[in-house]
Design a protein. Structure first.
Ligand code: CO
Length: 216
C-alpha cells in the first residue's frame, strides 16, 4: 500500500547513508552523549525546524516547541525541559524563536472561538492585553500581527527571566543568556530582536527573587 509515511522511513535510511558517507563516526560520537550549548523554545509550526534553519547538526540544540513558542509557568513539560537544560546540560544560551505569520498569535488576535485551543490562546491574549495600547494603534492588520509576534517573543523572554531557578543561575555566573528572535517564513532569514538578557533587572521588582545564599 503506497503511503506517505513510508517516505519518512525511506528518507531516514537515505539520511543515515549520506551522513555515514561524510562522517563515518557521526553516530558513534552522538551515542556517547549530548552537550548542546543552546536551548530552543520555538513554535510547533512545521516550517520552523530549529536545526535546519540554523544549519546545525543533531546534538547542537536542546529543543522545546509548542503553539506560538510560549513560556507558561504551569507548563511542567516546558519547565522540566528548561530546568534540565539550565541545571544539568548547562546550556549557555536560551533562544525564544517566534515567526511572522504565526497562526497561534494571529488566532489570539481575533474574537473567533477555536474550541479547546482557546485555553492555550488565552496566554497569548494576555500578551495582547499588556501591549494593547501599542497594538491597537496599529491600523494595518498585517503590521499589527507582525508586531504582536515580536511582542510575544519579548514577553516569553521575560517569562523565562521570571523563573526562580534561572535567576539562581545568574547569581552564580553570567549564563544562560536569553535571546529573542523572529524567523521570516517568506525568506528564511532570522531577525534578532536584540532582547538579550542575563538578569532580572528589567523586570518589575515583584518578579525578582531574593538570594537563597546564606549571607556571610
Ligand atoms: Co507559529
Amino acid at each position: 500500500m503506497p503511503d506517505k509515511y513510508q517516505n519518512l522511513l525511506d528518507g531516514n535510511m537515505k539520511w543515515v547513508e549520506n551522513t555515514m558517507k561524510f562522517s563515518p563516526d557521526f553516530f558513534k560520537k552522538l551515542a556517547e552523549g549530548q552537550h548542546p550549548e543552546f536551548l530552543w523554545i520555538g513554535c510547533s509550526d512545521s516550517r520552523v525546524p530549529a536545526e535546519e534553519i540554523t544549519n546545525t547538526l543533531p546534538g547542537s540544540i536542546f529543543v522545546q516547541r509548542n503553539i506560538a513558542n510560549m513560556v507558561v509557568h504551569t507548563d511542567t513539560n516546558l519547565l522540566s525541559v528548561v530546568y534540565y537544560a539550565v541545571k544539568v546540560l548547562k546550556v549557555k544560551h536560551i533562544i525564544v524563536c517566534g515567526h511572522y505569520g504565526c497562526g497561534g498569535v494571529l488566532a489570539a488576535m481575533t474574537n473567533n472561538n477555536f474550541g479547546f485551543l482557546d485555553n492555550w490562546l488565552l496566554n497569548i491574549k494576555d500578551v495582547y492585553r499588556i501591549h494593547c495600547k501599542e497594538l491597537d494603534a496599529i491600523k494595518d492588520e498585517k503590521t499589527r500581527g507582525e508586531r504582536f509576534v515580536e511582542l510575544n517573543v519579548l514577553e516569553q523572554v521575560n517569562n523565562l527571566a521570571k523563573v526562580s531557578f534561572i535567576q539562581e543561575e545568574w547569581e552564580n555566573g553570567e549564563f544562560p543568556y536569553i535571546h529573542g528572535w523572529v524567523y521570516h517564513i517568506d525568506d528564511g532569514v532570522i531577525h534578532n530582536l536584540e532582547l538579550t538578557t542575563n538578569s532580572a533587572k528589567k523586570l518589575n521588582p515583584v518578579y525578582r527573587y531574593e538570594s537563597n545564599k546564606v549571607k556571610k
